[in-house]
Ligand binder design. Structure first.
Ligand code: PLP
Length: 398
């Protein structure tokens, strides 16, 4: 039977709307900041990954402009075909030094770092063992590989459950390579992966470890260099992924590890091989972000002070922050309809905080995900709390 594309799209969109899964982005009309103008309204923004406020930092803006003046606005080609400018190279050297690794390869996003690296390092004789709450970009990267990975085949471990991970590792000795992959900080719950135990199990069962530090970069460890530093596991995590688009404020992703890993990905990482290099101003701005982060810890300290203040305030007011250990602070609601309603009511009270519902999280575990960052003032956080309490009083207890 032939399906008309437009009819099919119409039906699918209706179905999304019917199931409360339809998304329409709100439009930011001001730079990323603690308070922003969005869809014509001034709101406190609790949904930004701009953890350190670098996205609109005056020195970073200046560095981006200087880069445009020196190198123009485009690289003109894929990295290996002549699109690698010396400023791209300098950025990789700066990241490698910050992460204390041999070498780094930058991709155009965190998402493409996963889809570039994971399939490149695995063959059909290998297995990937994943935490059940890993990010969508890890899942897609794993799906692109020819390794075994499926939950239905028993290769996905219950969230942070080290006994379950060990049980799976015991069954995987016949594979050529075993890769354990985990988020460093889980993006919907804000908890930190038990990396020391993961590394120990990997060493015991001759597996290797890849950690996705998208939400740990700029947040955890020495000068925000991630979970490997946070847990002092230098040299024991084989592949570290980070994004340059959250705490680092611009855009991009990287794979950090050995010199040979970089050489291999230059030859086999498909998004690197077949997609144009970042504009040089991205690299210039990022080099400045790394300098600011390593100059002193003031932005990281401010991020953590605000995160503690916000979490303590919510908890004192009786909200459940679901055991979050990092600035990602979910506010548990449970019911999907109530969470969607709460998001709308918070918006009316001048707070932008997104509801996260199934299928992003399990059914019945809907939440409002809040992300205090270094740009928020105490006054903004206090006003946001007043809005949360007011909305809860209207909605009834959850
Ligand atoms: C754990 C994790 N990995 C990767 C990504 C993708 O990063 P980027 O936005 O740089 O593509 C995200 C983004 O939300 C993430 O949360």
């Amino acid at each position: 039977m032939n399906l008309n594309l437009q009819n099919w799209l119409q039906c699918e969109l209706e179905s999304l709307k019917h199931n409360n899964l339809y998304k329409t982005p709100k439009i930011l009309e001001s730079p990323a900041d603690g308070s922003v103008t969005m869809n014509g309204k001034k709101v406190i923004n609790l949904s930004s990954n701009n953890y350190l406020g670098l996205a609109n930092h005056p020195e970073v803006r200046e560095a981006a402009i200087e880069s445009i003046e020196k190198w123009g606005v485009g690289a003109g080609a894929v990295r290996w075909i002549g699109g690698t400018m010396d400023i791209h190279d300098s950025l990789e050297q700066e990241i490698a030094s910050w992460k204390s690794v041999e070498d780094v390869l930058v991709f155009t996003s965190g998402f493409t770092s996963n889809s570039g690296c994971i399939p490149a390092v695995l063959t059909k004789n290998d297995v990937v063992i994943s935490d059940e709450l890993n990010h969508a970009s890890i899942i897609d990267g794993v799906r692109l590989s020819s390794a075994k990975y499926k939950k239905s085949d028993g290769y996905v471990y219950r969230h942070a459950d080290m006994d379950h991970l060990e049980e799976i590792l015991k069954k995987c000795e016949h594979f050529e390579k075993r890769m354990i992959i985990t988020d460093g900080v889980f993006s919907m719950d804000g908890d930190i992966a038990p990396l020391p135990q993961i590394v120990e199990l990997a060493e015991k069962y001759d597996a290797f470890v890849m950690v996705d530090d998208a939400h740990a970069s700029g947040v955890l460890g020495k000068h925000g260099s991630g979970t490997t530093s946070h847990f002092n596991l230098y040299g024991r995590v084989d592949i570290q992924l980070g994004t340059l688009s959250k705490a680092l404020g611009v855009v991009g992703g990287y794979i950090a590890g050995s010199e040979n890993l970089k050489k291999w990905l230059i030859n086999r990482g498909r998004p690197y091989l077949f997609s144009t290099a970042h504009p040089p101003m991205v690299a210039g701005a990022l080099i400045k972000c790394l300098e600011i982060m390593q100059r002193d810890n003031s932005l990281i300290n401010r991020l953590w002070d605000n995160a503690k203040y916000w979490k303590d305030s919510l908890q004192s007011a009786g909200f459940d922050t679901m055991g979050s250990e990092t600035p990602i602070t979910p506010v548990y609601v449970g019911d999907e309809g109530k969470a969607a309603e709460m998001e709308k009511m918070l918006w009316d009270e001048g707070v932008f905080a997104l509801s996260i519902i199934y299928p992003t999280v399990a059914l019945g575990k809907a939440r409002i995900r809040t992300m205090p960052n270094a740009t928020h003032t105490i006054d903004e956080l206090d006003r946001a709390l007043v809005a949360f309490k007011k909305v809860r009083d209207k909605l009834g207890k959850f």
